[in-house]
Structures are given as structure tokens and as C-alpha cells.
Design a protein around this ligand. Structure first.
Ligand code: SF4
Ligand code: SF4
Length: 447
């Protein structure tokens, strides 16, 4: 089957010459300092400072790895402000693997500068207690739903109590997504049979936060896949893929979760692993690199990464199976960073939208610029995240579209919050929601 290009596994290499405590940053030597990436970097665009550009950060990472500088407050600030959006990778003529470099640098920052007790508690709560354990995540979701559905959330917000919270905690509360009901969060069936002629047997990633907040998107994904000839397996015990851990510098936990996911999905014996969340897909396509020095998993991770496909990538290999009902709407598309830059998937979502009768797509300015969500960036860097959110929302509203279509839970949460804070009723939809809506109701399989 076809596969995303830029993240395809290359030859296994153990000959790294430049490292940050075991993590390969040799790619910094590919940078020829041409500066072609500067105009595509959101933080450079906002701040105009060299050290907040890809070229400046590459110089910092190289200097760190060579031991010429230490992790001073200033270095940490410049590196922490990077979104890891990888827009610089897309335009770089020298093939600098920037995403890998910044993740190695963030792992080093976590090692040397873990922060104060509030920050450490936040990381433990999210990265060790909740995300890797679906039961704990489910329990937290039930409590959060109670908080949202009772008058408590409204009372807390109206009381001004949130302003008394330390650090960036008030920003976290504002970004809490609406938690779905228990029935909407319920697991998908373990097997959804293909409709009509079977074209492939695929495994679906249901994710951690995705299943709690966007369970209906997972169900729509399974229905659309089945209608398009995929026998959909939903492996039990899959849990979190570790993308958020890798993004936030928790390298060891990211490796541990990758090993678990590979083992669970191998048992499903499928042709492809289909993903409807951009950060997870890009990260799973890079498992081969994450585990390249693990003798028990290196080859298995390579084989696994080659099977991973974004939902748009899988569905564009053949025309959509019809009949498709008209969806008379004008929409604009927001490219999630880890789809367009992390997986080089730009045309496929647009090709799918073009097949829906009655749907009109209008392109917006800076459609492939980060919305400021970037994993947990909007929680750790709320000021820059808000600047980029406002920039994104202004560009989306300028299109005059009724809805914005995208393909990542973090982007959806960030854009919804930005639109609502401007009083806009513009809808934010996942690509699969529209594809599902266009599918004939009579054809829908159970999911
Ligand atoms: S990943 Fe994004 S924010 Fe970071 S240097 Fe590259 S373009 Fe700039
Ligand atoms: S990262 Fe690439 S585009 Fe940017 S300065 Fe280096 S070589 Fe040029």
C-alpha cells in the first residue's frame, strides 16, 4: 500500500556522531544556514528574533550537543517556545530532521530542568497517571463531566477563583474540552465488518484523549472505513501511542508506550493501521526511529511504521464508495501540522472533500500554519499559543465559510475556543464527520 513519504523508515543507523545524552542530533550538521525556513516559522514571524527561528534553534541544539553552551534560562526559553510544528522541515532544502532535533532537546531539558513542584505534579498526573492508563483516564473524564454538567464549572468561572491559581493553570481550565457521555465514550466493537467487497483488513487507533473527548469521531471513522471496504479491527488494550510524551520530552515513557502499542497491534494481523489524529499518526510512523536502538523492537517497529496510514491517505487510494448524499455547505480546511508537515499529506483531505456533492471548499490564508495547540503547548506557553490562535481564527473567519474542517483533536479544541471567544458560531468538524454525513444512512454499518 502507498505510504506517507517524509517519515518513511530509512536504513537503520547506529553511527550517530552528535548526541544529547544518547539522543541522535547529528541532523543539525545538515543545516546550511540558508534561512529559507524563517518565513514559515510561526514564532519567528511573531517575535522576529533569530533565536526563535529554526536556524537559531538548530544552532542552539548543536552548541548544546557540542558542550559549548549550557541550558541557561535564555536557551530554555527559546527552545520551549518552539511549537514542534515542523513547518521548517517542509521548506528545508537540506532535509534537516528538525522534529527529531527539537524532541531530543526537549528530552534534555526535562532531564536537566524538570521545574518546580506544580510543573512536576502536572506532568506526573498527565504523563504517568492518566494518559497511559485508560481506566484512570475514564475516571477523570467522568469527574470532569460532572464538573461541567453540574453548575460547578459556571460557578467557578464566575467567582474569579481561577485567577488565584498559580502559573498557567487558569489557561488550562479555559481549554477544557466538553467531555462526552459514557455511551459516547464507550469502546468501539472489536470488529466492524467491511461493507461490500473487502479491500483490506485494517486496525484502528482509538487513542487516549481522542476516545474520551471525540468518541463520535472514532465511530464515524470506523463506519466510513467499513463502507469503503475495510474490515476494521479495534484492538483492545491499545492505550496511548506516546506522542504527547515524545513531544514533551518524556522519551523513556514514549518508548515504553510504543512497545506496548506495537505488541497489541501485531496480534491483530492487519494490512494497515489507520489513524484519525495527526500527532499520533506522525509519531507512530516514526516508531522505527524511536526504537532503532532496541534490539527486541527495532525491526518490529520498522514493520509497524510502514503500516501506519492517516485516514485521508488510506481513503484516497480508491474513489469513495457511494452513493454519497449532498452536503450543501461552504467549508475551509485547516491543515494540522502533523498531517501536512509531519506526514506530508496536503492534497488527500482536499481530494476527499471534493468528492462530497454540494460541498464547496474555500482556501484560507496560512491554512498550514499552526493554530497554537501543538500537543500541550497551549497549556505550557499560553501567551504565544493565544497569539497564534487569534491569527488562525482571523484567517478562518476571513474565508466566510460556515465551517472549518480539520483532522486533529488538539486543533479542534484550540480553534473552537478561539472562535467562541470571538463570539463566532462557525462550526469545527473533523474530516470523517463530513464523510460520514455524506454516506447514505441506509448503508451505515454498526460502530
Ligand atoms: S518547528 Fe515550527 S515553531 Fe519550531 S522552529 Fe520549526 S517552524 Fe518554528
Ligand atoms: S533548517 Fe534548512 S531551511 Fe532552515 S536554515 Fe537550515 S538548511 Fe536552511
Amino acid at each position: 500500500m502507498a505510504h506517507g513519504v517524509a517519515t518513511e523508515p530509512g536504513p537503520l543507523s547506529h553511527a550517530a556522531t552528535l548526541e544529547l545524552h544518547g539522543l541522535d542530533v547529528d541532523g543539525v550538521n545538515k543545516c546550511v544556514h540558508c534561512g529559507l525556513c524563517l518565513a514559515s516559522c510561526p514564532t519567528f514571524s511573531e517575535l522576529g528574533t533569530e533565536m526563535d527561528s529554526p536556524r537559531g534553534r538548530i544552532l542552539l541544539i548543536k552548541s548544546l550537543a557540542e558542550g559549548r553552551i549550557g541550558l541557561t534560562d535564555s536557551v530554555v526559553t527559546h527552545l520551549s517556545l518552539c511549537l514542534d510544528c515542523r513547518a521548517c522541515e517542509t521548506v528545508c532544502p537540506a532535509g534537516v530532521p528538525y522534529g527529531r532535533l527539537i524532541e531530543a532537546a526537549k528530552a534534555e531539558m526535562e532531564r536537566q530542568r524538570p521545574g518546580g513542584p506544580v510543573r512536576r505534579l502536572f506532568r506526573w498526573l498527565n504523563f504517568e497517571l492518566l494518559l497511559p492508563h485508560p481506566r484512570m483516564l475514564g475516571l477523570a473524564a467522568s469527574m470532569l463531566r460532572l464538573y461541567q454538567r453540574s453548575r460547578l464549572q459556571a460557578l467557578v468561572r464566575a467567582s474569579g477563583l481561577l485567577r488565584l491559581l498559580p502559573g498557567t493553570l487558569p489557561a488550562w481550565e479555559a481549554l477544557l474540552p466538553e467531555v462526552r457521555s459514557a455511551s459516547e465514550r464507550a469502546p468501539l466493537p472489536e470488529l466492524v465488518p467491511a461493507k461490500g467487497a473487502r479491500r483490506a483488513r485494517v486496525a484502528q487507533l482509538t487513542g487516549c484523549v481522542q476516545q474520551v473527548v471525540f468518541g463520535p469521531h472514532n465511530r464515524a471513522t470506523a463506519r466510513v472505513l467499513a463502507l469503503n471496504g475495510a474490515e476494521v479491527v479495534v484492538p483492545r488494550g491499545q492505550g496511548c501511542c506516546g506522542a504527547l510524551h515524545a513531544h514533551a520530552g518524556d522519551h523513556a515513557r514514549a518508548q515504553e508506550l510504543a512497545r506496548r502499542l506495537i505488541s497489541v497491534f501485531e496480534a491483530a494481523r492487519v494490512d494497515a493501521v489507520v489513524v484519525n489524529t495527526s500527532g499520533c499518526g506522525a509519531h507512530m510512523k516514526a516508531y522505527w526511529h524511536l526504537l532503532k536502538d532496541d534490539p527486541a523492537y527495532a525491526e518490529r517497529a520498522r514493520a509497524f511504521s510502514l503500516k501506519v496510514q492517516d485516514i485521508a491517505e488510506f481513503l484516497t487510494q480508491e474513489p469513495l464508495r457511494g452513493p454519497l448524499a449532498p452536503v450543501p455547505m461552504t467549508v475551509t480546511y485547516h491543515d494540522p501540522c502533523h498531517v501536512v508537515h509531519g506526514q506530508k499529506i496536503r492534497t488527500q483531505p482536499r481530494q476527499l472533500l471534493a468528492q462530497i456533492p454540494g460541498l464547496k471548499l474555500v482556501e484560507g490564508k496560512e491554512a498550514d500554519w499552526c493554530c497554537g495547540s501543538a500537543g500541550i503547548y497551549n497549556l505550557t506557553q499560553p501567551e504565544m499559543a493565544t497569539r497564534l490562535q487569534e491569527r488562525k481564527v482571523t484567517n478562518l473567519l476571513a474565508t466566510g465559510a460556515e465551517a472549518v474542517v480539520t483532522a486533529n483533536p488538539g486543533c479542534i479544541i484550540q480553534i473552537v475556543q478561539g472562535l467562541r471567544s470571538k463570539g463566532s458560531a462557525m462550526k469545527v468538524l473533523h474530516l470523517v464527520e463530513l464523510l460520514d454525513r455524506a454516506s447514505q444512512a441506509s448503508q451505515r454499518p454498526e460502530a
